[in-house]
Design a protein around this ligand. Structure first.
Ligand code: E4P
Length: 219
């Protein structure tokens, strides 16, 4: 399973990339606004220099004519840009055109299996179903992941990868992994939670104490 970090915070991206566990980055207009970066294009360029995997950069427009121009401009920033488009009729039209030209596309704001089928038919590189936002309105976000993974497995000609988005806690990740989702995009605080277990902390503290008793050093 590939791990992307869901942030536009360069400091966080650098810190997590240093672990060697990061396969890519996703951003969205809200995350860019939160980062306070004065230039979106320069921000994406900088992030693309930190990670070699896909970096999702979202178009700002919602109409076909503007989105296609924005998408091409974003794709020109670096080879590892994945242009992010919304799951609308115009968005999927843009997706088809860009993927036909060999540009990676992440179709975002997916909330149904039917939408995921359309994205796969449009040749999307990634489909981003939002689990947390479905949970927020009383629907089962993980059920959607299960449906999409099953449907895609039924059609091996679908090459679109399921990118689980809007992850709120580690269980979203582990359950998606059990279902066979290809990618998870995870906020930095949730990635840090993945490392943690109280028994790891307790066990490590005991090992450190016992090692001191030996009076030895390794280096
Ligand atoms: C994915 O690409 C989105 O940026 C993100 O996962 C949305 O998450 P949110 O629902 O926490 O805003």
């Amino acid at each position: 399973m590939k791990f992307f970090v869901d942030t536009a915070d360069v400091k966080e991206i650098k810190d997590l990339a240093a672990t060697g566990l990061l396969d890519g980055v996703t951003t969205n207009p809200s995350l860019v606004a939160k980062s306070g970066a004065p230039s979106f294009l320069k921000l994406i360029e900088e992030i693309c220099g930190i990670v070699s995997g896909p970096v999702s950069a979202e178009v700002a427009a919602t109409d076909y004519e503007t989105m296609i121009k924005e998408g091409r401009k974003l794709a020109n920033i670096a080879k590892n840009v994945a242009v992010k488009v919304p799951l609308t009729q115009d968005g999927l039209r843009v997706c088809k055109e860009l993927t036909d030209d060999g540009i990676m596309v992440n179709v975002t704001l997916c909330f149904s299996a039917a939408q995921a089928i359309l994205a796969a038919k449009a040749g999307a590189t990634f489909i981003s179903p939002f689990v947390g936002r479905l949970d927020d309105i009383g629907q089962d976000g993980l059920k959607l992941i299960e449906e999409i993974v099953t449907i895609y497995q039924n059609y091996p000609d679908f090459e679109t990868e399921v990118l689980v988005a809007s992850i709120r806690h580690p269980i979203h990740l582990t359950e998606s992994a059990k279902m066979g989702a290809h990618v998870a995009t995870i906020p930095p605080d949730v990635i840090r939670k993945l490392f943690a277990h109280p028994l790891t902390d307790k066990g490590l503290a005991a090992f450190v104490d016992d090692w001191k008793k030996t009076g030895q050093t390794i280096l």
